[in-house]
Design a protein around this ligand. Structure first.
Ligand code: G
Ligand code: G
Ligand code: NA
Ligand code: MN
Length: 253
């Protein structure tokens, strides 16, 4: 079957799974958040990674129904999770097309109501690319999202090319340092300089900082020593199915 047709079919049939990757507070080592990451389960049981179908979903507009499935599923997960850990947040990736869907805010409201969860437990991850087109519209949307209580992170920070002015003007909560800057932290002086600059800038703008792609203890220690707030990466856990994530929460409590 053609890829677009099989993706459409998979959406109709719900052949997706939402994995969670823990995000830890570096100081305490506690899991405070999880990033939701979609996987496509094929009939033969194998998994397709999002990089292999999100771009197509984005091009064809299928990302809108798919993204609604993701937000719904994240809401259902939160309903269970907050019974064990009321403060835990789940962050969901939104691609540009989803963010320009005019029903986004009302859809978010309906999920929060339907699941009976506080909006404060949901977070949206947006890439810099989302923010540069149509500043006024983006600002309005983010204001509406924030008014509901949902928080906002800028994902892959440092890889896009947008004006730093938007950081100051837009209502956002956290910057996620792209893992390309974290990978060689042990050896690359310019990566260290960039990471330090992002942490300092974020804090002076009263934003939290999340380091992505932390794979070893040296990276973790550097980030901890330099006041990075939170981190995610294979050192702590790879993205895992919901039940495995709940198990991790139980083990740490
Ligand atoms: O999970 P993995 O590391 O393979 O994810 C690869 C990419 O796919 C990341 O850039 C991530 O942001 C994106 N991605 C994962 N899940 C979702 C999703 O639910 N929606 C969107 N729009 N992107 C996602
Ligand atoms: O683009 P985004 O930041 O949303 O992508 C998250 C992606 O990063 C997911 O595909 C996830 O599987 C991947 N990831 C998470 N932790 C690590 C890590 O420690 N190392 C590497 N190489 N990838 C990671
Ligand atoms: Na992300
Ligand atoms: Mn990310």
């Amino acid at each position: 079957m053609e890829m677009e047709a099989s993706l459409r079919h998979a959406i109709e049939q719900g052949h997706f799974e939402l994995y969670l990757q823990p995000i830890l507070e570096l100081e305490s080592g506690q899991i405070t958040k999880a990033e939701a990451l979609i996987r496509w389960r094929l009939e033969d049981g194998s998994l397709v990674a999002p990089d292999d179908f999100i771009p197509l979903a984005e091009q064809t507009g299928l990302i809108v129904p798919l993204g609604k499935w993701v937000i719904n599923r994240a809401g259902e997960m939160l309903k269970t999770i907050i019974q064990h850990k009321p403060s835990l947040k789940v962050s969901v990736n939104l691609s540009p097309r989803q963010f320009s869907d005019k029903n986004l805010v009302s859809f978010l409201k309906s999920v929060v109501d339907h699941c009976g969860i506080p909006a404060q437990n949901l977070e949206l991850e947006l890439t810099e690319g989302v923010l540069i087109d149509n500043f006024d519209k983006v600002q309005q949307l983010l204001n509406d999202v924030r008014k509901m209580g949902i928080s906002v992170s800028i994902d892959d920070f440092g890889t896009g090319y947008s004006s730093l002015a938007y950081l100051q003007k837009l209502p956002i909560d956290h910057l996620k340092i792209d893992r390309s800057f974290v990978r060689d932290l042990d050896t690359n002086d310019s990566d260290r300089a960039i990471v330090l600059a992002v942490i300092a800038m974020a804090h002076s703008l009263k934003l939290g900082v999340i380091a992505e792609g932390v794979e070893n203890r040296q990276q973790r220690q550097f980030l901890l020593d330099n006041q990075c707030d939170t981190a995610q990466g294979y050192l702590f856990s790879k993205p895992v199915p919901f039940d495995d994530f709940c198990q991790q929460l139980i083990v740490e409590s």
